[in-house]
Design a protein around this ligand. Structure first.
Ligand code: 13P
Length: 250
């Protein structure tokens, strides 16, 4: 059975005090009773605090990005070893905001995935189309190309460290979600592409998360779909009650 995962992408929200309050509120939720893997991705400056506060809980810590280099003259960047040293076990790679706002290309993302694998991180690799592509019925081709160029250089063994997050850009922060059927259709397609490239067995092992305006009131019907193995949650992950309700939606 595939791992069910609910991950909170805090994006550029929460200073140190706010982070402490939010992790304290998450800590009392007692996720240990659930089979769902719970992950939070605070901003870089708060990773260590989150790790220290949550180290006796099942909650895992993710970074929102990773640099493809080991160390050196890369002003303003954070190295993989630095992330390791503050208790990070997951990294998000290829979020649409990084692709669109920071011009991260498929080629760069391929380097980042290799670096992350080398350092033993689990990866949440984000893919998804913009509205024009969805309207033009190009979403299947778009995600296939993103997988091809960013991920498919990995070996089958390496791919086991990867979770895929399908996040249609038109559904991020808009309050509009893909319907459960739309999510299921494209998740099944992603799994088919994985099976064609690797094997059906491996494709059946990889968790595929849905992201884009997942809230407590819609999580249940999205997560009920066969090929939806969890969610990557933005806004609703900033509130401990909402996030816990989403985790409980399985
Ligand atoms: P929202 O849940 O705020 O739409 O964000 C989704 C997302 O981008 C998670 O990475």
């Amino acid at each position: 059975m595939r791992t069910q995962i609910v991950a909170g992408n805090w994006k550029m929200n929460c200073n140190l005090d706010e982070t402490q309050k939010l992790v304290d509120a998450l800590k009392v939720k007692d996720f240990s009773k659930s089979d769902v893997e719970v992950v939070i991705a605070p901003p870089y400056t708060n990773l260590h605090l989150a790790h220290l506060s949550l180290k006796d809980t099942p909650i895992k810590i993710s970074a929102q990005n990773i640099n493809e280099n080991e160390s050196g003259a890369f002003t303003g960047e954070i190295s993989p070893a630095m992330l390791k040293s503050v208790g990070v076990s997951y990294v998000i790679i290829g979020h649409s905001e990084r692709r669109a706002i920071y011009a991260e290309t498929d080629e760069l993302l391929a380097k980042k995935t290799s670096t992350a694998i080398k350092h033993g991180f689990k990866i949440m690799f984000c893919i998804g189309e913009v509205l024009e592509e969805r309207k033009a019925n190009k979403h299947f081709d778009v995600v296939k190309e993103q997988l091809d160029k960013g991920l498919f250089h990995l070996s089958a063994e390496e791919l086991k460290q990867v979770v895929i997050a399908y996040e249609p850009v038109w559904a991020i922060g808009t309050g509009e979600t893909a319907s459960p059927e739309q999510a299921q259709d494209i998740h099944a397609y992603i799994r088919k592409v994985l099976a064609e490239k690797y094997s059906q067995d491996l494709a059946d092992e990889i968790s595929i998360l849905y992201g884009g305006s997942v809230k407590p009131n819609n999580a249940k019907e999205i997560f009920a779909k066969k090929d939806v193995d969890g969610g990557l949650i933005g806004g609703a992950s900033l509130d401990a009650d909402s996030f816990a309700q989403i985790v409980a939606s399985f």
